[in-house]
Design a protein around this ligand. Structure first.
Ligand SMILES: Cc1cc2nc3c(=O)[nH]c(=O)nc-3n(C[C@H](O)[C@H](O)[C@H](O)COP(=O)(O)OP(=O)(O)OC[C@H]3O[C@@H](n4cnc5c(N)ncnc54)[C@H](O)[C@@H]3O)c2cc1C
Length: 589
């Protein structure tokens, strides 16, 4: 077990950055009492990143998230930190270089505890592809600046490729290339960015939605926010507001009552989780499809297989995967597998919405092909598009735009130099896994698991376990996680509802065959004390979660998007009507 001084030093690692229930209440109190330099709307990767960027430039910052950190797209991606091999084909070299630079930074400095290299096999079907794809591989390595934390690509004969991918059919390839990218638990990473923002003084809160704006003439001077817990409306004054709401960008724009400089539309992508032992592969796969690519990505004891790309105009808080989406994935991946996947192999399913830029006026500042920053009215900056990998660049560009309109001089961004919470000392602790196991009484595999999720903040958990040894037990129904992780999600990571813990702080909702039903009640009981829940609240949270799982399962049986949406939205929501959707302003005659 850690010594008393180790526990104390864990607690002293900086200003109090715990996203505890008390910290949330304190943040909301300050929202009403101060004028902030920057108010950020939206706690996805872009918004959390913007809060961190602004706070580390010395600005006072408030971050408001309607549901939960990463509840939107940022928990539903393919979870790759990548340059995007396919963008090379479109000759978008600048974009690939930028994303690969971010990959290197995240792997080596910003989040080495959360981001890890992942190998992919690119199987070739025809001989003419050798020089073409080979040149792409060399370029990808070169743009990555000499690999930066990942091994370079290698060419594999058919025999060698089959050795690492025996699940592939004999006629699936003539050989291939193995290359590396990186992966991250997106929801955990986003929450960690928000927590790091808090460490540098940002006031952050979830379950609080922006429902309107404060104006002085044309100028935006703040937001009106509604606290989902108390129902109270709070006026938060700001010198600059950043709209980082992904597929809700237009709703926020509509609240201002003026037409934005760009629009964001939603495109749905779904993923399946398959048990690791179901596919005999020692590598991930990247497969070409007619429209794009399909990934098979190693994920703990599972594979993530995806994705799709279809327009979505229905419920944006709960995008639903239909049976046709699932079958589309089977059809593509089964073309190369010896033993085809079937519905019986599916452990979990999730759907997410890409925020795609659909229209820009001439005055929009287009900072890269992928993301856009604009100032639709004085005092408001909108940032959207892009991809997870480049969240830090998007955040920097958004805060740069806000800073340009401020009276005071604002320091340049330092987030490329700012490790996230848990990154400090991670490598040294990883080298001490056995020692930590001996000191804490935890199995080395557990220590490894905890280091890969909490980094050097592992001591926050081991200190809890020292106080209450029952927390060292695995969570019923989800052996991969400890009871301590559920408690810590509430005391340090801002979890407010059972859904937050089962879908985002852990990934039990997609990793467990029963989608977390067996874990629901024990997890709710662990959350009850720090959140002050009574028996009725525990029962309500468990019931809401069960109904959510039932609705998701039903939607996945439906033939199309409409039927899937009706099934999914039939379940009552833990935060009904959040985020709010504002009617569009009337078009001028
Ligand atoms: C299927 C799929 C696969 C992907 N795979 C990858 C990948 O492998 N690698 C990669 O780099 N990128 C990937 N992406 C893209 C990436 O996930 C997104 O670009 C990124 O997550 C967008 O983050 P965001 O913060 O802009 O939006 P979001 O994460 O959606 O955040 C917006 C937030 O705003 C909040 N909000 C909305 N309205 C309000 C309001 N009124 N008040 C307060 N808060 C509000 C929402 O609740 C939400 O949390 C993928 C996307 C999809 C859909």
């Amino acid at each position: 077990m850690p010594t008393k001084s180790e526990n104390e030093s864990a607690a002293r690692l900086g200003p109090d950055d715990r996203l505890s229930p008390e910290a949330r209440r304190a943040a909301i109190e300050r929202f009403g009492g101060e004028e902030f330099d920057v108010v950020v709307i939206g706690g996805g990767a872009t918004g959390a990143g913007s809060a961190l960027d602004a706070a580390t430039r010395g600005l006072s910052v408030a971050l408001l998230e309607a549901r939960d950190y990463a509840a939107g797209t940022s928990s539903r991606s393919s979870k790759l930190i990548h340059g995007g091999l396919r963008y090379l084909e479109q000759k978008d070299f600048g974009l690939v270089r930028e994303a690969l630079r971010e990959r290197g930074l995240l792997l080596s400095r910003l989040a080495p505890h959360l981001v890890r290299p992942v190998p992919f096999l690119y199987p070739l079907e025809a001989h003419w592809e050798w020089p073409y794809i080979g040149a792409g591989m060399i370029l990808y390595d070169t743009l990555g600046g000499g690999h930066q934390g990942v091994p370079g690509h290698r060419r594999l004969s058919r025999r060698k490729a089959m050795r690492i991918a025996p699940a592939l059919r004999d006629d699936a390839m003539i050989g291939g290339f193995q290359y590396y990218d990186a992966q991250v638990d997106d929801a955990r990473h986003t929450m960690t960015v928000a927590r790091t923002a808090a460490r540098y003084g940002a006031q952050v809160a979830n379950n609080i939605a922006v429902v309107g704006f404060l104006r002085e003439g044309e100028r935006v001077t703040g937001v009106v926010a509604r606290d989902a817990h108390s129902g109270a409306e709070i006026k938060v004054r700001a010198r600059q507001v950043i709209n980082a709401t992904g597929v809700w960008t237009d709703d926020i724009q509509n609240m201002v009552g003026e037409r934005g400089k760009f629009h964001v539309r939603a495109s749905k992508g779904i993923h399946l989780l398959i048990p690791r032992d179901r596919l005999q592969l020692d590598t991930g796969l990247i497969l070409r499809t007619e429209k794009s690519v399909l990934f098979v990505i190693p994920w703990g004891r599972h594979w993530i297989v995806g994705t799709t790309d279809t327009d979505w105009k229905l419920d944006r808080a709960h995008p639903a995967a239909s049976r046709s989406d699932i079958e589309y994935i089977f059809e593509r991946v089964n073309k190369v597998l010896r033993e085809p996947l079937t519905h019986a192999d599916v452990e979990g399913v999730y759907a997410g919405l890409r925020p795609l830029l659909s229209h820009e006026s001439e005055s929009t500042s287009k900072l890269s092909r992928e993301h856009t920053v604009a100032v639709p009215v004085p005092g408001l900056v909108a940032v959207a598009g892009g991809k997870y990998t480049t969240y830090r660049v998007m955040a920097k560009d958004a805060v740069d735009a806000a800073a340009r309109s401020m009276e005071k001089r604002v320091a340049p961004s330092v987030t490329h130099l700012t490790p996230l919470v848990g990154a400090e000392g991670f490598e040294a602790l990883r080298n001490r896994t056995e020692g930590l196991a001996a000191e804490t009484g935890l199995h080395p595999a557990r220590v490894q698991h905890l280091l890969g999720r909490f980094g050097s903040r592992i001591f926050e958990l081991t200190a809890e376990i020292a106080r209450d040894p029952a927390l060292a037990e695995p969570l019923p129904g989800a052996d991969d996680y400890l009871a301590a992780e559920v408690r810590h999600a509430v005391t340090h990571e801002g979890a407010q509802h059972l859904e937050d813990v089962l879908t985002r702080r852990t990934r039990i909702s997609i990793e467990a065959w029963d989608r977390g039903l067996a874990s629901a009640e024990p997890a709710a009981r662990l959350m009850a004390d720090p959140l002050g829940w009574d028996e009725d609240t525990v029962a309500r949270e468990v019931d809401l979660y069960r109904r959510r799982v039932a609705a998701e399962r039903e939607s996945q049986e439906m033939p199309d998007d409409h039927a899937a949406d009706v099934a999914r939205t039939s379940a009552p929501d833990v935060l009904p009507g959040s985020p709010p959707e504002a009617p569009s302003p009337r078009d001028p005659d």
